[in-house]
Design a protein around this ligand. Structure first.
Ligand SMILES: [Zn+2]
Length: 103
């Protein structure tokens, strides 16, 4: 999944403010080959959205946007929790950068 696709997902699945869908589900959806696979993936996404949105949202410590679900450890960007998008775009690259700086 490229950066544009990831941001598009974060900004909203089916016009919602932003998606709560974990990356594994994004992948199922994006890689669906048949109409049946696509429908199955969408139903799974909608069910997960429904469950997570029944709980109060958390605020990402990096982008400050509300998110649902477990979130991620934002270290080394900061000491809080962050959304899946910031995890992919900021936190994971920062961890790789630290590893390559300290071989
Ligand atoms: Zn974020």
């Amino acid at each position: 999944m490229n950066k544009t696709e990831l941001i598009r997902w974060h900004l909203g699945y089916l016009g919602q403010k932003h998606s709560v869908i974990p990356l594994a589900t994004h992948k199922d959806f994006l890689e669906a080959k048949t109409e049946e696979e696509l429908q199955k993936s969408k139903e799974g996404i909608e069910e997960q959205e429904r469950i997570w949105r029944s709980k109060p949202p958390k605020v990402c410590s990096i982008c400050k946007i509300e998110y649902y679900g477990w979130g991620n450890n934002a270290w080394p960007v900061n000491n809080g929790r962050c959304c899946d998008t910031c995890n992919q775009l900021d936190v994971i690259p920062a961890r790789f950068a630290r590893v390559s700086d300290n071989p």
